[in-house]
Design a protein around this ligand. Structure first.
Ligand code: 4LM
Length: 400
């Protein structure tokens, strides 16, 4: 077990926390335990572990030594008591919802969420008797109006995927707790390096670890960070018996590797995105740039309060709607046309027809997602090359 005190800095924890090479023959990197099951020295050991009376592994759907190292590290980075890694971000959120809620309960969710999160909440969860209200949580007053005695959970992303709205975590958390509702914050866009929702008043943090935490576009994974009590429930009910969305030891290893450079990558993502947001604002093909570091962003002050820096994601509202969005995407030469985010490669995509096509046109209009919005996941390439590529694509789009 790592001997580092809890007071150590973010990068130190991201590199060392929860692992001591001397526990594993000096191996600098954690071993990848590729095993589905674990031998018991005698039958009593197995039954005691299954009964929860003794520590120890029983089966890798529920726990694995490589995964445990990742979980300890993620909890330390998010400043939570405990963490559980999952096979995807969707697996993390379903483990939370299915474990904690029952028919008759209500969820209030922000009006703008990653497309498949919206799909789950708007199109599927009602089949299980759970109702969902959507509200614009950028104004906490809207939560005060919507919340009631059946509200068990409030779910938000901040910044929201894809249009970068900012939700005030502390203000929303305060309202939730007056009504005994749990606040779930999807922290995928920020990572714990930029924002720590639990310290701001959230109860549960979820992640798509596919994105910045892994950082290299080579895996699908997720995570939940919360109190030890809740994580035990998510593990022994949510993953073990409800959705089975356990992470593989190999993917856990890759995320541990990615975490070692998380702060360096995030610093560069943020710096490049900030410069690009300024450079693209005012282009004749661009109606609006959504980036919380710009003076034009309506929640700039809230973002500055709760985020260390403004992140690596930018959304552009193009003049010319869907056709302009497609023309821009087809015009890039260095950036990659792809969904997902948080990779070294700059990725551009068109939410209305791709990640957020789970919102039908009427839902897009109601929830404030326009057809002319394109999303840029700013990568780690040389700044000048990126600016030339994106401005060039916009110039060609304008010229038609
Ligand atoms: C995308 N996003 O936006 P898995 N939470 C947030 C996300 O952006 C995502 C998930 C959860 C995209 C995927 C194609 C804020 C995913 C879901 O994909 O299940 O790891 O995470 O491009």
């Amino acid at each position: 077990m790592s001997k580092l005190p809890d007071s150590q800095g973010f990068a130190t924890r991201a590199i060392h926390y929860g692992y001591d090479p001397l526990d594993y023959d000096g191996a600098l990197n954690p071993p990848v335990f590729l095993t589905s099951t674990y031998a018991f020295d005698k039958s009593d050991t197995g039954s005691e572990r299954f009964a929860g009376n003794a520590d120890g592994y029983v089966y890798s759907r529920v726990g694995n030594p490589t995964v445990s190292i990742l979980e300890k590290r993620l909890a330390a980075l998010e400043e939570g008591e405990a963490a559980m890694a999952t096979s995807s971000g969707v697996g993390a959120l379903t483990a939370v919802i299915w474990t904690l809620l029952k028919a008759g309960d209500e969820i209030i969710a922000d009006q703008m969420l990653y497309g498949c999160t919206f799909g789950l909440l708007e199109h599927h969860i009602s089949r299980f008797g759970i109702s969902v209200q959507f509200a614009d949580l950028t104004d906490p007053a809207n939560l005060k109006t919507a919340i009631g005695s059946r509200t068990r959970m409030v779910i938000t992303e901040t910044p929201s995927n894809p249009n970068m709205r900012i939700v005030d975590i502390a203000a929303i958390g305060e309202i939730c707790h007056k009504f005994d509702a749990l606040l779930v914050v999807d922290n995928t866009y920020c990572t714990p390096y930029l924002q720590r929702p639990l310290s701001l008043g959230a109860d549960i943090v979820t992640h798509s670890a596919t994105k910045y935490l892994g950082g290299h576009g080579d895996l699908i994974a997720g995570a939940v960070i919360a109190s030890k009590d809740m994580i035990d429930q998510f593990r022994f009910v949510g993953i073990k018996e409800l959705n089975g969305a356990c992470i593989s030891a190999f993917d856990a290893f890759l995320i541990l590797r990615g975490l070692k450079t998380l702060n360096l990558r995030m610093d560069r993502h943020c710096e490049t995105a900030h410069r690009l947001a300024h450079a693209l604002e005012g282009h004749p093909g661009v109606a609006r740039v959504y980036y919380p570091g710009l003076d034009s962003h309506p929640q700039k002050a809230v973002a500055a309060r709760q985020m260390r820096a403004m992140g690596g994601m930018i959304a552009l509202e193009l003049k010319g709607g869907m056709a302009a969005g497609r023309a821009f995407l087809d015009g890039v030469q260095l950036a990659t046309r792809a969904v997902s985010l948080g990779d070294a490669e700059t990725l551009v995509q068109h939410p209305a027809s791709m990640t957020h096509s789970t919102y039908n046109p009427e839902e897009r209009a109601r929830h404030g997602l326009t057809d002319g919005l394109v999303r840029i996941s700013v990568g780690l390439e040389t700044y000048d090359d990126l600016q030339a590529d994106l401005v060039g694509a916009l110039d060609r789009m304008v010229r038609g």
